[in-house]
Structure formats: structure tokens, C-alpha cells
Design a protein around this ligand. Structure first.
Ligand code: ZN
Length: 391
């Protein structure tokens, strides 16, 4: 295949070929908020946002986990209703684009989609508050195709501590441990992005399947509580798990983080400006927030972060635990992307950069998606075994 788009024009033919024959999986995208708007067509090319079918094709994306997300402050039946609305929106989107998308619930489904030249659409629930303290709701999400759940978002749930809230439960409560056990039984991967360190260690101890960090980066390079320490990455890897690196500039770059901390008024201004342009439309906020922030970077009020820092985080984790335990979890359409990784069409640059660093083809393929497929298979095997056992 010849190099075509501008996003790909700077990469080698070898990188292009390797990238486009690999199964590339992104474990966290917040595009679902846009899918809730009936006027939004994922099949059309958009000048805003990070994700649509034409640009996923250009970026060689083979599998995407659409995030089912509502703020942690919304709980109970309202949270369940809104999660179901989003699951429905994803499933309707797949139904509307049968030639491009295929709903995938197993690793084999993802491979099948790839063989058929389609993009596998998967779902992850971002925040345990959406089960409304009910394992039955968790089972229903699983039956509808949800294949991971992040135990918390930014607030604690009634049964798990978040990394960005005051500790209330010393990690997971007894019910929280039951949630993890039921996730194992349902084949829903346990996602520890966003959780407090103690919650991570509790989940790691209880879970019979490997864990994922669907969109987290390395705390050694950027000291965000949402990122994983080297010890956590090692413990995750020792049990077969994968850290999928998040591209958000506030998780990649210490200088950016420090500047944000030093000037809290800037974040408030950006939020206010975003609200002014979008009102309460979360689909709009997700896209416009990033545009407004870039205007601030352009004015020199915040540091500019380059996309190559994604590679630094991948490389840090690989040096720590090897190429079997690292993947991609962009946070596209839900975070602030670094310069040069302006949308999903830029993904082949990652393959090119890893080749330039001397990574082998097979290690690159693992990072691009192979490792995520492996943890999916492990979750499937664990579910099969547990469902065969008497309760
Ligand atoms: Zn998140």
C-alpha cells in the first residue's frame, strides 16, 4: 500500500507495512459522548475531535474500546440508565456502519474483524459507580458486551477508593472484592486506571485474571496520582497484566503538570470558556476543551508537549517489565493530546518511532495490540473456568 495521507507521510515504508498488517487496539476512547448526539455521524470525516471511521482507517486502528462514561457524582438508577443509553449508542453505531465496524466481545472477534477488513468495536465501563452497587447490573453490562470496567473514576465508589479522592475504604471493601470476583466470572477485565494505589494492590490480590490499566502512564516520568509507579507496573506485569499508555499531556509531561498546578486559574478559565462554547453538551465539551487548551499553549501560557513523550512512557515501561506488558490507551476525545498526535490518524508514527528505537517487529505488534488480545483471552479462559465451578 502506498503512503497517502499527510499524517503518514513522515514515516518509513517498513513502519507503514508493519503497522497496517498488525492488529492495533486502543483500549480507551471517549468518543461515546459524541455518539449520543443523533446528528453525529462516525462515518463522516470531521475537522474536530480525534476519532471517526475515515481517520481510524487512516491510522490503521483495528480495535477500539468505546468508553461508557458518566461522572462519578451520578449514581443509582440514573447512572444505570445513562450507562445503558451509551451502550445502546455504541451498538446502534455499529449497526449503522456494518461495512466498517463489528461488535467484538472476544479476542477472536477482534481477529475476525481484522480479517474482514473491519474495525472491532468494544466497550469498557469507566467507573464502578455505574453498577449502582448491584452485581446483577454488572452481569447485564457483561451480557450487552462490556469487556472491562474501571473500578472507579475520579471519585470513590461505595466500595473502592479512587486516586483522586480522599481515602475512605483502605482500597477495596469486601463488596468491592466481590465485584472483582464477579467480573472474573463474567469475563469482564478488571481495569485499575483511576484507582488508588491500595485499590490496585487489593484488586491484584483478589483477581484471578490479569489486570489492565486501560489508560494510565508512568508516574516515574510524570507524577500524577492517576499514573502507575514502577512498583505497581512490576506487580501488574508479574501477574500477566498490561499498562496501556495514556496520551494525555497532563499524564505525560511533568513540566506541563507543574505549570497547571502553579496556575490553577488557567484550568478554571479553560473550563469556563469550554462551558461558554458548549453549555452542558458533554460531547461538545470533550472536543472543545482540547481546542481551548491549545489556544493557551499557543499563547505561551502553558508548555507545549510533543507526541514523542508517548514513546518515552512506552519505553520506560518496556525497560521495566518487557514488551509483553505495554499497550495503547489513548484517551482520545477525552483528554488533551500532545502536538503531533492530533488524532487517531497519527498512530502509525508510534510504530515508526519504535522501529527507529530498535524494537523488533514482534515486540511492536505486542504493544500495538497483541498484549491486549492476550489479556482478553486470559479473562475469557478465567470466566470459562469459574463458570464451570459450583458457586
Ligand atoms: Zn479516564
Amino acid at each position: 500500500m502506498a503512503l497517502t495521507s499527510t499524517a503518514q507521510s513522515n514515516i518509513s515504508q517498513k513502519a507503514h507495512d508493519l503497522h497496517f498488517r498488525s492488529i492495533v487496539i486502543d483500549t480507551h476512547d471517549d468518543t461515546t459522548q459524541r455518539l449520543l448526539n443523533p446528528k453525529f455521524d462516525l462515518g463522516a470525516r470531521h475537522s474536530d475531535g480525534d476519532i471517526d471511521i475515515p481517520r481510524m482507517r487512516e491510522g490503521g486502528l483495528g480495535g477500539i474500546f468505546f468508553s461508557i462514561y458518566i461522572p462519578g457524582s451520578i449514581t443509582g438508577p440514573e447512572a444505570v440508565k445513562r450507562a445503558l443509553d451509551q451502550i445502546d449508542a455504541v451498538r446502534q453505531t455499529v449497526a449503522r456502519h456494518p461495512n466498517d465496524l463489528m461488535l467484538a466481545v472476544t479476542a477472536d472477534d477482534v481477529r475476525c474483524a481484522h480479517r474482514e477488513g473491519k474495525i472491532a468495536a468494544l466497550m469498557g465501563v469507566e467507573g464502578g459507580h455505574m453498577i449502582a452497587n448491584d452485581l446483577g447490573v454488572l452481569r447485564i453490562y457483561a451480557a450487552l458486551g462490556v469487556r472491562y470496567m474501571t473500578l472507579t473514576h475520579m471519585l470513590n465508589t461505595d466500595w473502592a477508593d479512587s486516586s483522586t479522592d480522599k481515602p475512605a475504604h483502605n482500597g477495596l471493601t469486601e463488596f468491592g472484592k466481590d465485584v472483582v470476583r464477579e467480573m472474573n466470572r463474567q469475563g469482564v477485565m478488571v481495569d485499575i486506571s483511576h484507582v488508588a494505589d491500595k485499590t490496585f494492590y487489593d484488586a491484584l490480590e483478589v483477581s484471578q485474571a490479569p489486570l489492565i490499566a486501560s489508560h494510565s502512564s508512568c508516574r516515574a516520568l510524570c507524577d500524577a496520582p492517576r499514573n502507575m509507579t514502577d512498583d505497581m507496573i512490576k506487580a501488574l506485569a508479574a501477574k500477566g497484566g498490561v499498562i496501556q499508555i495514556n496520551y494525555h499531556i497532563g499524564f505525560l509531561d511533568q513540566k506541563f503538570r507543574d505549570a497547571e498546578k502553579a496556575h490553577p486559574e488557567i484550568e478554571k478559565e479553560i473550563d469556563a470558556e469550554t462551558k461558554k462554547r458548549c453549555g452542558d453538551d458533554e460531547g461538545c465539551q470533550t472536543v472543545v476543551g482540547d481546542q481551548v487548551l491549545r489556544e493557551y499553549v499557543g499563547q505561551g501560557k502553558l508548555p507545549r508537549v510533543e507526541w514523542t513523550e508517548i514513546i518515552d512512557h512506552i519505553d520506560h515501561a518496556v525497560k521495566l517489565v518487557g514488551a509483553d506488558h505495554v499497550g495503547l490507551g489513548s484517551d482520545f476525545d477525552g483528554a488533551n493530546m500532545p502536538f503531533g498526535m492530533d488524532d487517531v490518524s497519527h498512530l502509525p508514527q508510534i510504530t515508526d518511532a519504535l522501529l527507529t528505537k530498535g524494537y523488533s517487529d514482534s515486540d511492536i505488534q505486542k504493544i500495538l495490540g497483541g498484549n491486549t488480545l492476550r489479556v482478553m483471552e486470559a479473562a475469557e479462559a478465567t470466566a470459562k473456568r469459574l463458570q464451570g465451578e459450583k458457586r
